[in-house]
Design a protein around this ligand. Sequence first.
Ligand code: 1GP
Length: 249
Amino acid sequence: MIYSSLLNARQQGEKQLAVLIDPDKTNRKAIIRLCELANEGGVSYFLWGGSLVNETQAEYYLSLLRAHTQLPIILFPGSIYQLSAQADALLFLSMISGRNPELLIGQHVLAAPRIKRMQLEVIPTGYMYIDGGNATSVGYMSNTQPIPADKPEIARATALAGKYLGHRAIYLDAGSGALRPVSQAMIKAVRTEIDDLPLIVGGGIRSQEQAAAALEAGADCIVVGNSLEEQPELLPSLAAVVKGMALQP
Ligand code: 1GP
């Protein structure tokens, strides 16, 4: 079970790296190359999802991923068209930073019977969009405003509400291609409120320093997409940072 592996890693002080494959931005060759690099070690999961992907593309790219890696695949869906039984688990995202009812409950009602039929492992996740200094697809597509980057107290209260609502994980996301990743102050503020819930952080992480900063502040799992799409060869160095952080007391 994927959720147990997130929890176990947290309990054992291990940090994790997830590679995001966004089918809107990638191609066959790039996916195969990322799989080769990820299979060498240091990657815990593939996250899979995008803004515009339809069902046909979803199945095609998931089969491709399945054929080239044994690593767990977690759906990070941008819409109900991105559900697939080929994945191992689903982040059942409720966009708790926003006030769009469709992304708090509406789409979930449409998705739930399909998810049940697919027998996917469901991980209820409080998803929080944090301002990363630029307009991103998530902001535009979700029709929501991000939490301002200099308001950790709002992020903190939102994460606490997410925990009380029963979410099993919190995802702080500056959005794919963010100019600035989520700050350490924001990550620390959220970490203090959510006890042992796994904290996933992504958006705009491009360097070893940024990866280390997020993990040091309290992220359990970082998600990297854009920078690996541009430069897949960065993967081993990012994986080394994640592994190194786990070894620290
Ligand atoms: C976006 O958190 C992910 O939802 C990853 O962001 O593509 O900027 O790495 P990047």
